[in-house]
Design a protein around this ligand. Structure first.
Ligand SMILES: [Fe+2]
Length: 145
């Protein structure tokens, strides 16, 4: 299979898994900081939702069919399932870890795209790296006491 497609499928699986986890934390977060965290998780999962569509369509643009089942995603993703009962601080720390992890996955995928001469995919993957770095910064700042 096309190596860029392969790398994009892992990015798609990770982004979908993090989208699901972030929305779950948006629903279940509790405590004194409920409102800002509920809203921050809300804007994060909306960003992930939009990215999912672009990644899927990048794969189609290359000419492959795009994966799209929980079975496919769970086979490929590096993101672990969340804990709906976690406290707010653990939810933030968990998401921080995942955004840093996706940053690494994107870095690898971007290298694969560059080596394959696919500037379109490489450039979008670079944009996503910037978004995840910014989100990681925001989550990290939330944890400062
Ligand atoms: Fe909501």
């Amino acid at each position: 299979m096309n190596s860029v497609v392969n790398a994009l499928e892992i990015v798609l699986a990770d982004t979908y898994a993090l989208y699901l986890k972030t929305q779950n934390y948006h629903w279940n977060v509790e405590g004194r900081d409920f409102k800002p965290l509920h809203e921050m998780f809300g804007s994060q999962y909306n960003d992930l939702f939009e990215a999912i569509d672009v990644i899927g369509e990048l794969i189609r643009g290359i000419g492959s069919r795009t994966i799209g089942t929980f079975e496919d995603f769970s086979k490929l993703t590096n993101i672990k399932g969340g804990n709906k009962d976690a406290d707010a601080e653990h939810m933030v720390a968990d998401l921080l870890h995942d955004h840093e992890l996706i940053g690494q996955t994107l870095g690898k995928a971007s290298k694969v795209a560059q080596q394959a001469g696919d500037g379109v995919a490489a450039s979008y993957l670079g944009e996503r790296m910037a978004v995840h770095r910014k989100t990681a910064w925001m989550l990290k700042s939330t944890l400062v006491k």
